[in-house]
Design a protein. Structure first.
Length: 620
């Protein structure tokens, strides 16, 4: 019996040790916070630490740890929390990267690992890789050294949430990575997650020179120590660039293979267009650490890009700085402050060969006439309060529509201005271990039109809307949405209040790096001026990404029917094609074509019309 007891004790001790984090090497100032103490203490070599321990390193410091067959180096100026699986359902260890950089490696088919930062979710198994996260510009980057890794951009709503980052459950991370939008990254390739972008960047090869130096630097510190990677695991040579790679058409904005990766800011410095190699005037690589060194006289700022430190008088330096910043145009972000204020602006010119007035779903005054219209719309939103569970966001919005055909009476009647405000309350939670939210938004809007054709705005309508919505991620980043809308409205026509109630559901069928396909169905009831109608509508939305460089294409199809209680019906069919091109992270310009058909049974309504639109969209 004593032998059995001793054997059980030995197995228990071995199991306990296997679920601990062991420090195998360190240099400089390294501290830890274990869950039971919540106070920082110095880290010592060969000491073990429990799951959920937080490790912090200072400048010129690093620490190497081992756990469950995984080796992880935490580089200088970094903060990391390590969580080990504590049940059979949890198959992966997890790293919460709050700031800085890590390198991790393990044997083939071992070391299942999730890495989580503010802007990215990363999944790996039996690979060698480097992950960086800069909390100032909130850019996450993944560089694969061996094997294959996958990275998924996290939603901007989470990236811009100023609450302290916390590690979600494994199921949540698994769902984020269970998406066709994730990006696979092979040896020598880099992919990054930038705020404001829809997806992570396409994987791009870094320079052979930097790749080979980073392979040897397992400490991520200035003084590299001998590699602790298992010698039985061969590490491939840096991927070779073919003659066709690295040289493209003459386009100064083109991002090319063979550039340098800055581990501190997360920026990728692309070579000039006429060469697949970075010239020395663009900077160089530290031959010990593999880190990027900017040109003399310049520093690389995480928000502003390259800035001069010796003044603007040196024209050559200014020219180099401008060339480098032109390459970083899409990577530089002016991030929101703690009191988060955002704005959306849309301006366009629209031509259509028809005119009508839409009064709360019902089209009136349909006329075949040419309309030339200029529209300006804007929205201002303030993130007043936000934490892990709640959001509170007031907003103001407005619009102005002006028609250039002043001699046309029907065109003048379409001059319109409206403004209003809303207040959104949102509750965030997990539903069956998937992200979900519930929101309630009251909204007030006042509209004015040139009803008397006197080039003057008159009162047109007032509406008060209450919207309740529920959103959940049912698979990866594919969403299922439900909305309830209740609107009361009043118009210039009478003092009677109208009522409009609707229920809609929207589902994402596909979400990949190339396209999205979604559909929505709505049912509603309209009651106004002793007249009641039932409404139903169906829409399909197809979005194709990058059909050309920075260019997306969107196609929408929508049908709507209004059934009145005295055997009258209004049927509508609408289709649109939109091509937009991104200019930097916050600006788009677009062209849109639209076809609309309206027919009425029991009402004198008939329209087949075409419209075209060109404009700009800005997000600040």
């Amino acid at each position: 019996m004593k032998l059995i007891a001793l054997a059980l004790m030995f197995l228990a001790c071995g199991f306990a040790h296997a679920n601990l984090i062991t420090v195998v090497n360190l240099s400089g100032k390294v501290s830890s916070i274990i869950p039971t103490q919540q106070e920082e203490e110095h880290v010592f070599k060969k000491k073990t630490y429990p799951t959920k321990t937080i490790f912090k390193t200072k400048e010129k410091s690093f620490v190497q740890i081992q756990y469950l067959g995984i080796n992880t180096t935490i580089g200088p100026n970094s903060e990391v929390q390590i969580t080990l699986p504590n049940s059979k359902k949890e198959t992966h260890s997890m790293i919460n990267l709050t700031k800085g950089k890590i390198r991790s490696w393990s044997k083939k088919n071992q070391g299942k690992l999730y890495i989580h930062s503010k802007s990215a979710a990363i999944g790996v198994r039996g690979t060698d890789f480097i992950v960086t996260y800069n909390p100032i510009n909130r850019i996450s980057s993944l560089l694969t050294l061996r094997g294959e890794t996958e990275i998924q951009k996290r939603p901007d709503s989470e990236i811009f949430d100023d609450e302290d980052i916390t590690l979600p459950e494994q199921e949540v991370l698994r769902n984020e990575l269970d998406s066709y939008q994730k990006n696979f990254v092979k040896p020598g390739e880099l992919s990054s997650s930038y705020p404001g972008e829809q997806l992570t960047t396409n994987a791009i090869k870094i320079s052979n020179e930097q790749f080979n130096v980073l392979l040897k630097n397992t400490t991520l510190a200035k003084e590299s120590s001998p590699s602790t990677t298992d010698a039985s695991e061969s590490i491939p040579h840096a991927p070779k660039l073919t003659e066709k790679e690295g040289v493209f058409e003459d386009n100064t904005d083109k991002i090319l293979d063979g550039g340098y990766f800055d581990l501190n800011t997360g920026f990728y410095i692309s070579p000039p267009n006429d060469s697949g190699v970075i010239p020395k005037e663009y900077g160089e690589i530290d031959q010990v650490t593999g880190e990027y060194i900017p040109p003399k006289g310049l520093i690389l700022d995480p928000l502003k890009g390259f800035i001069s430190v010796v003044g603007e008088s040196i024209e050559k330096l200014k020219e180099i700085r401008n060339k480098l910043n032109r390459k970083l145009e899409n990577e530089i972000f002016e991030l929101k402050e703690k009191a988060d204020l955002s704005a959306e602006i849309k301006s366009n010119y629209r031509y259509q060969n028809y005119s009508y007035e839409r009064f709360f779903l019902v089209p009136n005054r349909i006329t075949k006439t040419d309309i030339h219209q200029i529209n300006i719309k804007g929205k201002l939103q303030h993130n007043t309060f936000s934490n892990k569970r709640y959001d509170w966001r007031p907003s103001l919005f407005g619009s102005l529509s002006y028609n250039s055909r002043r001699s046309n009476e029907e065109a003048k009647r379409n001059d319109e201005a409206f403004f209003g405000g809303s207040l959104q309350f949102k509750r965030k939670f997990l539903l069956f271990k998937k992200m979900a939210n519930f929101s309630f938004t009251p909204r007030m809007k006042l509209s004015f039109r040139d009803l008397n054709n006197e080039s003057d705005f008159d009162y047109y309508s007032r509406e008060l809307n209450f919207r309740t919505s529920f959103n959940t991620y049912y698979s990866g980043l594919k969403q299922l949405k439900f909305k309830l809308n209740y609107t009361t409205f009043e118009s210039y026509q009478s003092q009677q209040l109208g009522k409009l109630f609707s229920f809609s559901t929207e589902i994402d069928f596909f979400k990949t790096r190339q396209f999205e396909l979604s559909s929505s169905i709505s049912l509603g009831h309209r009651d106004y001026n002793q007249e009641q109608a039932v409404m139903n509508s169906t829409s399909i939305d197809l979005l194709l990404y990058n059909i050309a460089r920075k260019t997306d294409l969107e196609m929408k199809f929508k049908t709507q029917n209004l059934f009145y209680d005295h055997s009258q019906t209004i049927k509508e069919w609408n289709s649109s094609l939109t091509i937009d091109r991104r200019k930097g992270p916050f600006l788009k310009y677009y062209i849109q074509l639209n076809f609309e058909s309206i027919s009425g049974f029991g009402r004198a309504i008939n329209l087949d019309g075409l419209a075209s639109e060109v404009g700009l969209k800005g997000f600040f």
